[in-house]
Ligand binder design. Sequence first.
Ligand SMILES: Cc1cc2nc3c(=O)[nH]c(=O)nc-3n(C[C@H](O)[C@H](O)[C@H](O)COP(=O)(O)O)c2cc1C
Length: 198
Amino acid sequence: MLSSPRSLRIVAIQGSARPNNNTAKALALVESQFSQNADIDFSIINPAELTLHVPGFGVSEDARNVQKMVKEADGIILATPEYHGSYSSTIKLVIDNLGFPSALAGKPIALLGVASGSIGAIKALEHLRSVASHVGGIVFPGPISVARVNTVFDEEGRLLDEATGNLVRSVADRLMDYIQRHICPAHTLEQLVRASAI
Ligand SMILES: Cc1cc2nc3c(=O)[nH]c(=O)nc-3n(C[C@H](O)[C@H](O)[C@H](O)COP(=O)(O)O)c2cc1C
């Protein structure tokens, strides 16, 4: 008899702490996509709820908890807004609280960026890719960039643009596909065996 496989753990780091931020609205779509798979344990690290210090001012209890979550994750989503032509200082603060060496080392990482401008979060994602690779993450090609994000969601977070919504949701599918093919083939095989036994 097969023992129950553990859930795959996916952790998203939300790079905005602004009230009603668009990064959180995009991550809500990713969350709804993951929620269709009972084998996935998805959680979002929201810096607005955490006490995180800049380097040199100690390691908070929240930082230790976040490090543990990231270390135990099978895959990571780094979601950033574009601020002044780069990723947010908010997501860098979370990354700086992940330890040195970083808890991101060796983790499959998908990148998601949102921006109000028409060229999207290209610069933010390029810079974030560099940092995520530098700390040892396995960063996927093809980051997802959302342009004119203020037209994609309304104030309440309702999706106004289904095509862009599908693009954002694809982050979840691509991350799962990679993890199942390359990181957890045994887990995938067991799921297939179970499915064929039904
Ligand atoms: C400090 C700051 C800097 C910004 N810089 C840019 C920028 O360089 N390019 C851009 O397209 N939008 C820029 N914006 C607009 C944001 O991309 C937009 O407000 C987006 O919704 C921010 O994501 P958030 O709502 O998740 O914080 C900036 C916004 C802020 C608050």
